[in-house]
Write a protein that binds this ligand. Sequence first.
Ligand code: NAD
Ligand code: UDP
Ligand code: UDP
Length: 323
Amino acid sequence: MLASDPRFTRAVRQRVLVTGGAGFIGSHLTRRLLDLGHDVLVADNLYSGARDNMREFADHPNFEFIRHDVTFPLYVEVDQIYHLACPASPIFYQRDPVQTTKTSVHGSINMLGLAKRTNARILLASTSEVYGDPTVHPQVESYWGNVNPIGIRSCYDEGKRCAETLFFDYWRQHDLEIKVARIFNTYGPRMRPDDGRVVSNFIVQALQGEPLTIFGDGSQTRSFCYVDDLVEALIRLMETPADFTGPVNLGNPGEFTMLELAEKVISMVGSDGAIEHRPLPADDPVQRQPDISLAEEVLDWRPVTDLDEGLKHTIEYFRGSDV
Ligand code: NAD
Ligand code: UDP
Ligand code: UDP
């Protein structure tokens, strides 16, 4: 088992709440926590997640699901909270931007209030988007970012920045045990075919024999982390000593242009290679690459799945799911 390193694995069974556990990352995390022997409660309003993502562990005796919107209070008894609830794809988080900000702000206040009452440790799934369109490259945790506060991405970026603020104020003011993860672009099986993010879009388009849609000239970069690597890091982060709060960058430092990604997907799927350029959305970051020195040092972690291998698994998943 991957997380069998005793420094990062609790011997005692924990009652774990995963908000957003019906989503892409949350469902992989839930699976791993169940495998490690914990009791897992998923709270999710199914806004961008799906019951189907939880199918393979739905009957597990230690698993429970409640349909719940985290912008409303939640009273349960838990030892750990992984707070992931929030749509992550631009088309989903921009569909109802006010609800996106509420989810990050009100949702974090409620989950922090829950952690305070139950004395639970709480981890925030924050994002590389807190760096906005970064002027420091690669991005280090000490960089404060370059974020437009009034643009179409702001509901997500500023919502997460405020969530980080709330986490650190509850830590300073109420002595909570917090962990803040800044997650960089993550991909893998169980992304929605209509998710709108670049990896799923390209794979679905290539499998359907459609042209791959490249926004702008395709020279913008992203660094893609395979979901199993990310989940390993989240679990290690939760188990770090109480005085480690983060924020810590979690991602794969391999950096690719969208044109390079398109070429990889085309050659791996074996499609005809057609590409269609579309306008670049407003405020689309030009480059993004994590500096993961802190995660390497504190978590003794670095991703082990390179982009070719991760894409292979993801393409196999989409081939098998009739897209
Ligand atoms: P996702 O959209 O698949 O999952 C988010 C889940 O949260 C969904 O199941 C959705 O239904 C649920 N949700 C949304 N609003 C909610 C609400 N108000 N109450 C309860 N549940 C709600 O996205 P994901 O890629 O799995 O992302 C999970 C978390 O990781 C998010 O917080 C996201 O911001 C963060 N993150 C993801 C990435 C990435 O590349 N995937 C990168 C950085 C950060
Ligand atoms: N809260 C919750 N579950 C709990 C405890 C609190 O959802 O088990 C919510 C509660 O509704 C409140 C928020 O968390 O709005 C913040 O709680 P906190 O105790 O920090 O603040 P207060 O209740 O004093 O406003
Ligand atoms: N993108 C693209 N074609 C698509 C979807 C996205 O070229 O069909 C681009 C997008 O403009 C961005 C990059 O791919 O520059 C990553 O987009 P994604 O939505 O996956 O993540 P984010 O922008 O949030 O990092």
